[in-house]
Design a protein around this ligand. Structure first.
Ligand code: ASP
Length: 453
């Protein structure tokens, strides 16, 4: 069977849901369908998940949130009406939301997750009901009944290993078409828990791995993954094929087409992924597999993300000091900080962090400890960095890629703060000032994908 996941813009209104159902019915192999909550209908619209968060927060703050509740119910009621479904389903959705609002509010994160999960849950019920109204054998299934168990981390849950066997048993032989809500599951304690934002991709991947699907189709609103962010480069080339590793590196550094945590389950199970467009399903999309053929030296894509900072630590004879790196990272661990990269030299080391986690209070404590406990001579923090990456399996063992990239930066007048080649040689990373991010991406695009390349 195929697992097909549809993102928020594919569920945003009745016309989009009709497209989803046409796609599902066009291929009898598409028997396990994962849906997001209704997303934006236009650039300025609000996703139902954001409406639900606003509803939960207002209810927590004021004890009532009639306007916010009406906004969520209104979205579903309009969709149901335009699908010709009658009022009963909208009433059930309103009752479901009221029941969620009546649950215990003493644990804030738990309460918010309970509300957030309503977006996907009701979306799945609505799609199942619409398919049934067309005479299709379709069923909604609750992640609880299917056994999707997640860690007890609100808004940041991870799948527990026993889920795979539970899901295989519940879903592999299920009759007709199963509609499964994305984004949430249940902790072993029975609490609703959600994945990080955009996490319906993760649900789809887990399901595809559990049932050993022939392919995991991820339907979104673009024809394919592009070699660079279309907001930075005008009309970038499309990517028809990628390896899991390339996709992982690209989605880490800002490619938002596919959630960065969503690849692991399908990768381990060897299930290929195909990213496709709900609005243009006949386009071939982008395939993600274990291996692909590409000419030596070809770059798969250019990614970038900002919001990073670096801690630079210098100490004479650092290379002779056993345990220096461990003690440095221990300081970060004590502050609950995870680090992203750590380029190093003989007498210096930098640690790159996500800026949002490195608060001013943490910065003061970390600098003080590195100065006193590690006796470092120089400790400086630089904020406002962007990481720009070139990614490609076929860069491996090819001479001169870094030279081409740095020459392109030099021509564009972009100052490099840092260079780091991943140990796998699948990616090369450049640290630049966030203000130079776009210029840097454009310079690389010109060099590797410009006219005549
Ligand atoms: N609806 C959730 C979000 O907006 C999850 C998803 O769409 O994948 O983050």
């Amino acid at each position: 069977m195929k697992v097909a996941k549809f993102g928020g813009t594919s569920l945003a209104d009745a016309a989009q849901i009709r497209k989803v159902c046409d796609i599902v019915l066009a291929d009898p192999q598409r028997r396990l369908i994962v849906v997001s909550a209704p997303g934006k209908r236009s650039k300025t619209d609000t996703k139902v998940t954001d409406l639900l968060i606003a509803l939960a927060e207002k209810h927590l703050a004021a004890g009532a949130a009639d306007k916010e509740l009406a906004a969520v119910v209104g979205r579903y009621a309009e969709i149901a009406r335009n699908l010709g479904l009658g009022g009963a389903i909208a009433d059930r959705i309103a009752a479901d939301l009221r029941a969620r609002l009546a649950t215990d509010t003493s644990h804030r994160a738990h309460f918010i997750d309970t509300l957030k999960a309503a977006g996907e849950d009701n979306s799945a019920k609505l799609v199942a009901e619409y398919l049934q109204s067309t005479g299709t054998d379709a069923h909604y299934i609750s992640p609880k009944d299917a056994g999707l168990l997640l860690s007890h981390e609100f808004g940041n849950a991870q799948v527990l290993p026993e889920s795979y066997e539970n899901l295989r048993r519940a879903l592999a032989g299920a009759p007709g078409i199963t509609i499964f809500p994305g984004f949430f599951g249940y902790s072993p304690e029975g609490a609703v828990v959600t994945f990080p934002r955009g996490g319906s991709d993760i649900t789809g991947s887990i399901l595809a791995a559990a049932v050993k699907a022939e392919v995991y189709e991820n339907f979104t609103d673009v024809d394919s993954v592009f070699v660079a962010n279309p907001n930075m480069v005008a009309g970038p080339r499309a990517l028809t094929e990628l390896t899991y590793r390339e996709m992982r590196e690209l989605s880490y550094a800002g490619f938002s087409v596919f959630h960065e945590e969503a690849l692991a389950p399908v990768f381990r199970a060897g299930v290929p992924v195909c990213i496709k467009n709900t609005n243009n399903p006949s386009a071939p999309g982008t395939k993600i597999t274990l291996e692909r053929f590409c000419p030596a030296g070809q770059i798969a894509g250019i990614a970038s993300d900002n919001g990073f900072c670096s801690i630079y630590v210098g100490k004479y004879l650092m290379n002779r000091e056993i345990g220096f790196g461990r003690r440095l990272l221990q300081v970060l661990e004590d502050e609950g900080l995870s680090y992203e990269h750590s380029p190093s030299g003989i007498d210096d080391i930098s640690v790159i962090l996500r800026e949002k986690h490195f608060t001013a209070a943490k910065e003061t404590r970390v600098i003080e400890r590195i100065r006193t406990e590690l006796a470092a001579e120089e400790v400086t923090v630089e904020r406002g960095l962007a990481l720009v990456m070139i990614v490609g399996e076929c860069m491996r063992h090819v001479v001169g890629i870094a030279a081409r990239a740095t020459a392109a930066f030099a021509r564009a007048g972009v100052n490099l703060e840092m260079i780091n080649q991943g140990s796998s040689e699948v990616s090369m990373m450049f640290g630049v000032k966030a203000a130079d991010e776009k210029k840097a991406v454009q310079a690389l695009y010109q060099e590797f994908f410009g006219a005549g390349k």
